[in-house]
Design a protein around this ligand. Structure first.
Ligand code: ADP
Length: 425
């Protein structure tokens, strides 16, 4: 039997014929599927554009909010971000922000359908932030990338609008800065009552610094300025810096150097990556170290604590440089505890004492607190001030404010109880 005869016999066999047909069908379907996949890949590659935004990117949160705003809110699949907002009155309000849940959503933007896919990796954590790694991927028809540029810009503008007239606080989380709570309403600078001219002096100094980058670049001097506010607690150091940031339309990055796990490297990194348009605030700078002499003795103790070393801090301060104006504030209650190397010019350019209340401050605080309550407040303010001064005791603005809170609506009462100011701790 020749080979042709053999094949002929096989194809005449009905069982084999059916099997062969099925095989042919399966192969055809597989081919078709492959072809469609290749076609799809070709189509996606040439006629669709995608944008991937990982959660580490600055635009990530803005984009999620924008997507929700744009229409994904109509989707039934949302996830919630709960946060607390503290009002100036101390009242705490809970706020729920809905953002698109993990999965696929569709939105329409300027006549285009956009597929939004939010994915979360179950297995991998973003090591720096300690949260699951997430991405949002946008896919649209066409080849025009400007659509994504426009979207990101719109998302940014929308976020900025929410921040208008507000101060954003950042705290360090791992080696990144994270927004702390919601943006707060700006604190007016004149709500912090300091002794004559101090506020004005610092504000003018900051403004002059911000407006003159070329003075620094011409001389090859790093474009940064360091301020140290020192004085007893409760006299307005932190409040003033917050109000100043608002006035300069900047956010604040607050860092406590005595935080555990904050090493020299981490501090260096944090200072280098601080968000733009912010003031860096290192609070209670004395608490982090003992002076250099003592630190030599305590070196072994430091070794185990995983904390910032004094020389590490100096290096970090000297290294803070950026093309934009970098303003760094430090506060301490005990100037005398600071090593002279820390407060030399270049590290600290402006030093200001924010001290106990002067008579003028006492009077202004009274007027500010009771200005709308009593039309005799001018006389009462004078009387109150004399009474406080006659006690010949140091008093902080925080104590006075606390005392006024006990007599919110009755300024005449405060006069009867002046000695109780010092009961406020
Ligand atoms: P410090 O940083 O000097 O310890 P804070 O700024 O934290 O002081 O002040 C504590 C509280 O006292 C804040 O609620 C603030 O409103 C009030 N306070 C302190 N100083 C002043 C001031 N000079 N003017 C108005 N309020 C003040």
């Amino acid at each position: 039997m020749t080979l042709i005869d053999y094949v002929q016999t096989l194809s005449d066999n009905p069982y084999f014929g059916a099997g062969f047909g099925l095989f042919g069908l399966g192969a055809g379907a597989a081919l078709l599927r492959k072809g469609m996949q290749a076609g799809m890949i070709f189509f996606r590659r040439h006629y669709m554009i995608t944008l991937e935004v990982p959660c580490r990117d600055k635009s990530y949160q803005w984009l999620l909010q924008w997507i929700t705003h744009k229409g994904a809110k109509e989707t039934q699949h949302l996830s919630v971000e709960t946060s607390f907002e503290q009002k100036e009155t101390g009242h705490i309000k809970t706020r729920y922000d809905f953002i698109p849940s993990i999965g696929t959503h569709f939105i329409r933007y300027k006549g285009n359908w956009i597929r939004v896919e939010r994915t979360r990796e179950q297995q991998s954590l973003d090591i720096q932030m300690g949260i699951p790694f997430e991405t949002v991927q946008l896919t649209a028809f066409g080849r025009d990338k400007t659509i994504y540029f426009n979207i990101l810009e719109e998302a940014r503008q929308m976020a900025l609008k929410e921040y208008e007239g507000k101060t954003i606080m950042y705290t360090a989380m791992g080696s990144e800065w994270r927004q702390f709570g919601h943006p707060r309403k700006r604190r007016p600078l004149d709500s912090v009552i300091l002794d004559t001219d101090i506020a004005e002096r610092i504000l003018n100094d900051c403004r002059e610094f911000i407006e003159n980058p070329s003075w620094y670049s011409d001389r090859g001097i790093p474009y940064r300025r360091g301020y140290l506010l020192y004085g007893p607690p409760g006299c307005g150091k932190s409040s003033f810096i917050t109000a100043l940031a608002g006035e300069l339309e900047r956010g604040i990055c607050v860092l406590n150097l005595s935080e555990r796990g904050l090493t020299d490297d981490r501090l260096n990194h944090l200072l280098a990556v601080a968000p733009q348009q912010t003031i860096i605030l290192l609070e209670d700078i004395d608490a982090a170290f003992v002076s250099r002499e003592e630190s030599k003795e305590m070196k072994s103790a430091y070794d185990g604590l995983n904390r910032v070393t004094f020389s590490g801090l100096l290096n970090c301060l000297d290294g803070v440089a950026s093309t934009e104006a970098r303003i760094l504030f430090m506060t301490t209650n005990y100037l005398e505890r600071l090593d002279p190397a820390l407060v030399r010019p270049g590290r600290v350019d402006v030093k200001e004492y924010i001290g106990w209340c002067s008579a003028r401050q006492v009077e202004q605080m009274f007027l500010r607190f009771y200005r709308n309550i009593d039309n005799k407040s001018n006389e009462l303010a004078k009387e109150f001030t004399e009474s406080v001064v006659s006690q010949k005791r140091n008093v902080s603005p925080a104590q006075i404010q606390g005392f006024f809170m006990f007599h919110k609506n009755n300024p005449a009462d405060v006069l009867k109880n002046v000695s109780h100011i010092w009961d406020v701790t």
